[in-house]
Design a protein around this ligand. Structure first.
Ligand code: TXA
Ligand code: MG
Length: 315
């Protein structure tokens, strides 16, 4: 952890209290944060991102002791999960308190809560006192930022104050679990796996169903580069390697191939994935061809992001 400079945090607190936005580092991706109790500030998040107003935002809080400031009818399992995994990459969807602004929840009767594992942002939350409504700090549908520089790339001159916490450790968005109904359901896969959740939620379901709320991370097109992107096996990678394509492979590039390699390990791959997609998108390549990762459970969240990035790419 880098030393925590005092000035930026007090600047960020002042900006948030004045209704302005602040980009915050978390262990997953950078967030575009507003005071969750200030509907005008929250609306500014939607405007800057270009996100539909009915897609709810996650409220970031300083710890499990703050759950009851936002949620009602909190099941015991939610408290146990917060106790076990917070601060960390797990978002809990709970029944909301009546006073949580509709601007935050997209008019739904639930609220997403998460306590991020980043020293700078935890210090900010402590000093700010309230909750921070924050989606990923990217334009709607695009690749999430995992570095302060990516936030500047996304918003250019419109970039708000950025708290620079360096590169994000985990690199993909939090696991989202809906505990507002029974049985509980995973709405978005992430670093915290189904296996880690099962001891707390034996009847846990996964995948969206007809009763699931809107989750933009579950749109079929999301997390996407502008360059057309597709998945390929190793034979396809070799075939594409002389063709002007930008390759993203596991381990090492084939001879003569242009592009990037990521480690053949799901944690290290997730850490580097979005920066690699951004770098490939910035190269002058005709298409991005990604070597298909293994299909086992450990790679589930990564395969989910890659599939949606392919669908949204080229737009
Ligand atoms: O790791 C993360 O979760 C990052 C960092 C910044 O915390 N945040 C993030 O936010 O990925 P966003 O807005 O890009 O994705 C959050 C997802 C959205 O798909 C949203 O629809 C869903 O969470 N969500 C938020 N509140 C919800 C609710 N009450 N019910 C169902 N889904 C909800
Ligand atoms: Mg997002």
């Amino acid at each position: 952890m880098p030393p925590i400079p005092a000035a930026p945090i007090s600047d960020a607190v002042a900006a948030l209290k004045a209704g302005r936005l602040v980009a915050i580092p978390t262990e997953t991706v950078y967030g575009l944060a507003a005071d969750a109790c200030n509907p005008d500030a929250v609306r500014a998040v939607f405007a800057l991102k270009g996100r539909p107003a009915d897609h709810p935002l996650i409220v970031h809080i300083g710890g499990a002791e703050r759950i009851d400031d936002w949620a009602v009818e909190v099941p015991q399992a939610a408290r146990e999960l917060a106790e076990r995994f917070w601060p960390g990459p797990l978002t809990l969807i709970l029944k909301k308190r009546a006073d949580v602004p509709d601007a935050v929840t997209g008019g739904q009767d639930t609220v997403g809560l998460r306590c991020p594992d980043n020293a700078l942002t935890l210090a900010l939350l402590r000093e700010f006192g309230g909750g921070l409504a924050a989606p990923s700090a990217n334009r709607f549908g695009r690749i999430s930022p995992t570095d302060a520089a990516h936030v500047h790339e996304e918003f250019g001159d419109a970039t708000p104050l950025v708290l620079d916490g360096g590169p994000c450790q985990v690199g993909i968005e939090s696991t989202i679990v809906d505990l507002s109904r029974s049985p509980a359901r995973i709405l978005r896969h992430g670093h915290i796996s189904r296996e880690q959740l099962l001891p707390f939620l034996p009847d846990l379901q996964s995948g969206v169903d007809s009763g699931s709320p809107r989750v933009s991370g579950n749109l079929e097109a999301h997390y996407a580069p502008r360059t057309p992107m597709r998945l390929a096996d190793w034979v396809g990678i070799e075939a594409a390697s002389g063709s002007g394509a930008g390759l993203l492979v596991l381990g090492a590039l084939p001879a003569g191939g242009r592009g990037l390699a990521l480690p053949d390990d799901p944690q290290a791959y997730a850490h580097g994935l979005y920066a690699a997609l951004r770098a490939l998108d910035a190269m002058d390549v005709s298409e991005i061809v990604v070597e298909r990762p293994p299909q086992d459970a450990e790679w589930l969240a990564i395969n989910d992001r890659l599939r949606r990035a392919v669908t949204g790419s080229g737009g």
